[in-house]
Write a protein of this length. Sequence first.
Length: 134
Amino acid sequence: LHPILRWFVPDQHVEYQGQTTWLSDTMWMAVEKFQLHQAGPTSRITYIHIVGPERLHMTCDDIPGGADMLLHDGGFKFTPYLFRTPFAGRYLTVRCHDEVLLDKDGVLHDHIKMIYAGIQLATMSMSITIKRPL
């Protein structure tokens, strides 16, 4: 996070829950719920379409225009995308550079750089462990 913004946007724990439904052989929908401990709950519906053997395209309300996901052996990388996020009671649209790496234990490590007007505002890093029902 940019040092000035650190005063306004503290680090916070986020819990994520997602449920997928296949809509066709090449498209699925994910209902995603986020619980931000300081900002409260939020949710969205994401649509993901298989474009090619190593390429997916995703769309959702907070990513105008969507983004492609480029799959590789160690995880995937998004094409740069715009993300609409709440900030100080308003919405701010930032450009994001996002890569997700998969480690040997099956944990996803997501690193997102958020840029506004050419200034890097934040780097968000998340480790995601998938808990499957028994």
